[in-house]
Write a protein that binds this ligand. Structure first.
Ligand SMILES: *Cc1c(COP(=O)(O)O)cnc(C)c1O
Length: 417
């Protein structure tokens, strides 16, 4: 690892939490150069919902590469792009009675967020964006401006204008409906809060600590956006593509966002691919107004199409994710009560968080877990939450092994305190 310390910038972070050189990976197992086999409950921060090197998806891209089909074509029309849009429209959108246009942005989630913010400002002629406490939307300046984390905001070394933060669901405890407060300040002509171009929300906050928005709250946020003439944007970058059990994280609430932002697991293979789904009528872009060299990379579109064909043509996969999510949740709740009931378990589907209450407990637990062969990452305002994002395709046995390692690691961390 020492050579990385010399060659690579101080900014590197995951390589510090998981000090090993990873050479191979398959499904939910990563192999290190030292010959260790490690269970992966981080899944590329949600970019590997179908596991590492999923061989069924890999078959589609190796065939594509071998055929000399166009890999990079800027945003030119290709059969790969057409097939992706047609497949996504029929398998994902039409099934859910949704209708959207596709905008392929630069390959990062942050670039897609920038595009969503620009478009909503362009459509409404307004500047302000309402975003929520502990929200996370990426590392470019526009995305940091709508993200809560003080560490990232400070590290940007820039002024970050254009956003107003409102309390997320549950922020003020279970007794307070924070949507009421949002409605009140937006309806009050003298609240000091500018009418927004958009309200930007995650249905489950991934980086923010696996905070879960309720059905009624999301419905209220959508209604408030409509009433105040703002676009309702769901950032589904981490929680979309099946993570919460449904393809989209907001489906359970029956809402239909004006813009949906997808990235991370969209390509199905860990290849970079990001896009906006834009409601018909809101596509106010003029040609070329949001451009970029790597928009809709064809290799990523091919793997994305394969993933949709493999997992989303029936309800079986989604039902399995929901069942497995319930299993993990019950298991984590049992662990929480075994060690005293002050710990909290939160989440939906296969996005779960174990709130250790202190940063130290979470830090020691995650470190011990890695020593024992499990990758788990921390999240939340002070990194006090252990985040569970296993691949949605994980074997029951490996899932169990990982949960056992977590349990033993937590026990050791608590004994040490
Ligand atoms: C990861 C993430 C982003 C940023 O995506 P990048 O590809 O890292 O730029 C934005 N929003 C959410 C919810 C994310 O989890």
């Amino acid at each position: 690892m020492q050579i990385f310390e010399v060659l690579e910038s101080n900014v590197r972070s995951y390589s510090r939490s998981f000090p090993a050189i990873f050479s191979r990976a398959r499904g939910s197992i990563m192999l290190t150069e030292g010959g260790r086999s490690v269970i992966d409950f981080l899944s590329g921060a949600g970019a590997l919902n179908y596991g590492h090197n999923n061989h069924q998806i890999r078959a589609a891209i190796t065939e594509y590469l071998a055929s000399d089909a166009v890999v990079h074509g800027l945003d030119m029309a290709t059969p790969a792009k057409l097939e992706f849009m047609e497949t996504f429209s029929s398998v994902i959108l039409r099934e859910r009675k949704l209708q959207y246009r596709f905008q392929f942005t630069g390959p990062t989630g942050a670039n897609a967020i920038e595009a969503a913010l620009k478009l909503s400002r362009k459509v409404t002629g307004r500047q302000n964006i309402i975003s929520f406490t502990q929200g996370y939307h990426g590392m470019s300046l526009g995305a940091i401006a709508v993200s809560g984390n003080r560490f990232y905001r400070t590290a940007s070394s820039a002024s970050l204008p254009g956003a107003t933060f409102m309390p997320y669901d549950g922020y003020l405890g279970p007794a307070v409906d924070t949507a009421d407060y949002l409605r009140k300040v937006l309806m009050d002509e003298s609240s000091g809060i500018d009418h927004p171009a958009a309200i930007l929300v995650e249905a489950v906050q991934g980086e923010g600590g696996i905070n879960v928005a309720g059905k009624k709250w999301l419905q209220s946020i959508q209604a408030i956006a409509r009433d105040v003439g703002a676009l309702f944007i769901v950032d589904d970058i981490q929680m979309g593509c099946g993570r919460t059990g449904d393809f989209f994280s907001f489906e359970f609430a029956g809402v239909s966002p004006d813009i949906i932002v997808l990235s991370k697991s969209l390509s199905g293979y860990g290849l970079p691919l990001s896009m906006l789904l834009i409601k018909e009528g809101l596509d106010a872009w003029r040609p070329g107004e949001h451009t970029g060299t790597f928009r809709g990379n064809n290799l990523a579109l091919v793997s994305a199409t394969a993933a949709i064909n493999l997992y989303w043509r029936s309800r079986t996969f989604s039902q399995g994710v929901q069942r497995m999510g319930e299993f993990v949740r019950r298991r984590l709740e049992a662990i929480a009560s075994e060690f005293g009931d002050s710990f909290a378990v939160r989440g939906r589907g296969m996005a779960l968080g174990f709130d250790c209450l202190t940063a130290e407990t979470a830090e020691v637990t995650a470190r011990k877990a890695f020593e024992k062969g499990l990758i788990v990452e921390r999240c939340g305002p002070v990194d006090q939450v252990i985040k569970f994002l296993p691949a949605l395709t994980i074997d029951a046995e490996i899932l169990n092994q990982g949960l056992e390692i977590f349990q033993r690691s937590l026990a050791e961390a608590l004994k040490q305190e």
